[in-house]
Design a protein around this ligand. Structure first.
Ligand code: BES
Ligand code: MN
Ligand code: ZN
Length: 508
């Protein structure tokens, strides 16, 4: 892992490393660039004068052996037009720098972080984003490759300069938060990328047990026998065709200074280690990608890890709705009627709409904790991918404040969500002739009717549903990988909640 450091001492005092300094298109030099220019006897300005560098967005020029700065590399980076420079440009630049580091032997980066001013975003945000983007760009999953294809990436350390000594503590906190979050994101990605013959329900349970030694954590695993006793028949039905019995781990983190009676924030993650569709079997094209159908559970697992790492002053419960949806003579069938834990009955019209069946019982189970809020995270519908594509997760909620908190956290973390409506007018699409509801809502508004289905099990508390079907993994040819989303969003939500519950002030 790359080392990150903030410093308020002059970067010129470092004897080596690659100094990164920006130039706007208007040939406007940053203070650091001016300094380098002065030290080198006008080397930079003469380059600009000769038209060697225009400062266009993402333009780069790597310089060696500059007069008076012999031991160092200097990377000029174009920042585009000054009045256009915003948080997206910042993110682009960091990405560009890291891509370059993959190709050129740069070991240490010295970066004048605070010179890139962005309205509304402070150094805390810039540091967090830098760490997240760097780790995102350098992530590889090569557990199953014989040829680990070691890249020639040489980058080891990034030193970020801030001129203001008062900010040092705050910025160090940013590094700590950032590193914990990226570690969590990596955990979520690794779990997501694991193949379904390795990442089985039992494997996920083993991972959960690994958390038990961490501070403030207790783990309780609801097994099939207990589910049967409780009446979680919808949850159980989904796993009937699998050779692994379903289990539902409850990971409790009690960090609130006022103790365990403070109502918890609950996360519920859909954890289908493989979703074949069951008897309503899926088409074979891309069926392999249904190994990612546990990315909701992976995100919840990662967030619980982050909560312990950051020692958050909150009570949080993570519930992983783990199962496997397979085809067998023991599988549940289209036509089956299931009595859920809530007592409501569901007519199964399609065994491939299994996510909502495990989630509905987990949602009812969550009632017993008298939660402050419940947020479920699920790769729930292909329809959500059609509606929102791959950049925005679908957000549905029965509570305005909770929805807004998530939208704010999503804008801060750049882990985007877009809210879809939940409204009674959709409920008639779930009408059944012989049960209280069906498990599918027909062709139109598939992401919403799935949300409406879940809503019927979530009316006792403030609840939000994140459909991450389009965002949890990338499925490009030869670039198939879990993204770790929405771990960044959920971590930011928790940090905001730790910072202040009552006033809706944001961090940046
Ligand atoms: N896990 C899938 C959703 C999914 C499909 C996510 C493709 C990403 C890509 C879910 O269990 C499912 O199969 N949903 C069905 C619901 C339908 C039967 C109402 C779907 O979206 O097709
Ligand atoms: Mn399915
Ligand atoms: Zn599924």
């Amino acid at each position: 892992m790359i080392k990150f450091r903030v410093t308020d001492s002059h970067l010129e005092s470092y004897p080596d490393g690659c100094m990164i300094t920006g130039i706007f298109e208007e040939s406007h030099l940053f203070p650091s660039t001016k300094k380098i220019d002065n030290i080198s006897g006008g080397y930079i300005s003469s380059l600009l004068h000769r038209g060697a560098f225009q400062g266009k967005m993402e333009q780069t020029l790597l310089l060696y052996d500059i007069p008076q700065l012999y031991n160092r590399q200097i990377l000029l980076i174009g920042c585009g037009k000054k009045y256009n420079f915003d948080e997206y440009c910042y993110r682009k630049l960091i990405r560009k720098i890291i891509l370059l580091c993959k190709e050129i032997p740069i070991v240490k980066i010295l970066f004048f972080l605070s010179e890139l001013k962005i309205k509304g975003y402070d150094n805390y945000w810039k540091i967090r984003q830098t760490i997240e983007i760097v780790e995102e760009e350098l992530y590889v999953f090569n557990k199953f490759k014989n040829n680990k294809n070691k890249s020639n990436q040489s980058l080891q350390e990034i030193i970020l300069h801030i001129p203001n000594t008062n900010e040092l503590t705050y910025c160090k906190q940013s590094i700590k938060d950032g590193l914990s979050i990226v570690h969590g994101i990596k955990i979520a990605k690794d779990l997501g990328n694991m193949p379904p013959n390795f990442c089985t329900p039992d494997y996920l349970i083993d991972q959960v047990n690994k958390l038990s030694s961490r501070n403030n954590i207790t783990i309780n695993i609801i097994d099939a026998l207990e589910m049967k006793k409780l009446g979680m028949n919808a949850y159980l039905a989904v796993g009937l065709g699998s050779s692994y019995t379903p289990k539902m781990p409850i990971i409790k983190y009690e960090g609130h200074p006022k103790g365990s009676n403070v109502p918890p924030i609950i996360f519920i993650g859909k954890g289908l280690t493989f979703d074949s569709g069951g008897i309503s079997i899926k088409a074979s094209n891309k069926m392999d990608e249904m190994k990612y159908d546990m990315c909701g559970a992976a995100a919840v697992y990662a967030v619980m890890y982050i909560a312990t790492e950051l020692n958050l002053p909150l009570n949080i419960i993570g519930i992983l709705a783990i199962s496997e949806n397979m085809v067998s003579h023991t599988s549940f069938r289209p036509g089956d009627i299931l009595t859920t834990l809530s007592g409501q009955t569901v007519e199964v019209l399609n065994t491939d709409a299994e996510g909502r069946l495990v989630l509905c019982d987990a949602l009812t189970y969550a009632e017993r904790y008298k939660p402050d809020v419940v947020i479920d995270i699920a790769t729930l519908t292909g329809a959500c991918v059609v509606a929102l594509g791959h950049h925005f997760s679908g957000l549905m909620s029965n509570n305005e404040d909770l929805a807004n908190d998530l939208i704010i956290a999503s804008k801060q973390s750049k882990d985007y969500v877009w809210r879809l409506p939940l409204n009674d007018i959709f409920q008639k699409q779930l009408k059944s002739t012989c049960a209280d509801m069906t498990n599918v809502g027909g062709k139109s508004g598939g992401a919403i009717t799935a949300g409406c289905f879940l809503q019927k099990f979530a009316h006792k508390y403030h609840w939000a549903h994140l459909d991450i079907a389009g965002t949890a993994w990338r499925s490009n040819y030869c670039d198939k990988s879990a993204t770790g989303r929405p771990v960044a969003l959920l971590s930011q939500y928790l940090i905001n909640r730790s910072f202040s519950h009552k006033n809706k002030q944001t961090l940046f």
